[in-house]
Design a protein around this ligand. Structure first.
Ligand code: CDP
Length: 205
């Protein structure tokens, strides 16, 4: 930790690895805010579907990302609509990986994510490319994993097949694929309590 500001912590990992639960508890433990970048990609996917645009269409999808007002806090609000529940629907989960593989969408959202951190000087930021692209200067970089069975169990409403498909797209795309970044500590959350993982991460600060 450096003098003037609080800690900046990057949490990456595949679907169902425990990112949201761990980052929420970690942010509370440290008294800092948390940014769920996946919710931002999901909000764009929601807006793309609302407009009847093909999630893989490229330029029109980038246009949606550039013009959509997104507020990610306790609730997720997109263009004034509370989409907290809607962005977790199977339709959005099916569309989000194609939206997130679009370079122009990532450029827009990465800039907003960096601004969020610059304004606060601290925070827990979770996603897929946080340690590798968004915040390579983070104080601690954590890559969460869990066994495929455990991840599918945590995301039972999505289904193991859909989950595996999303992970495959996220890990093989050209722009910022999900990977263990340089300097990241890999933590397998299978069978571990949230408190246990949080204390381990706090110990690295
Ligand atoms: O919660 P879960 O791990 O199921 O997914 P999420 O964090 O809500 O992210 C949804 C999708 O957004 C991912 O499957 C990725 O396609 C994309 N995403 C991304 O590409 N980069 C990020 N930093 C965060 C999410």
């Amino acid at each position: 930790m450096t003098g003037e500001r609080g800690p900046i912590i990057a949490i990456d990992g595949p679907a169902g690895s425990g990112k949201s639960t761990v980052s929420r508890a970690l942010a509370e433990r440290l008294g800092v805010e948390r940014l769920d970048t996946g919710a931002m990609y999901r909000a764009v996917a929601w807006a793309v579907l609302r407009s009847g645009i093909d999630p893989g269409a490229g330029p029109p999808v980038v246009e949606v990302a550039r013009t959509l007002a997104i507020d990610v806090g306790d609730r997720v609000v997109a263009d004034g609509v509370d989409v907290t529940d809607a962005i977790r629907s199977p339709e959005v989960s099916r569309a989000v990986s194609a939206v997130a593989a679009t370079a122009g969408v990532r450029a827009e959202l990465v800039e907003r994510q960096r601004r969020w951190v610059a304004e606060r000087g601290a925070g827990v930021v979770e996603g897929r490319d946080i340690a590798s692209v968004v915040l390579p200067e983070a104080d601690v970089k954590v890559y969460l994993t869990a066994t495929p069975e455990e991840r599918a169990r945590r995301r039972h409403e999505e289904g193991a097949e859909a989950l595996a498909r999303r992970d495959a797209i996220d890990s093989t795309r050209d722009v910022s694929p999900l990977e263990v970044a340089d300097g990241a500590r890999v933590v397998d959350t299978t069978g571990r309590t949230v408190e246990d993982v949080v204390e381990e991460v706090v110990g690295w600060l």
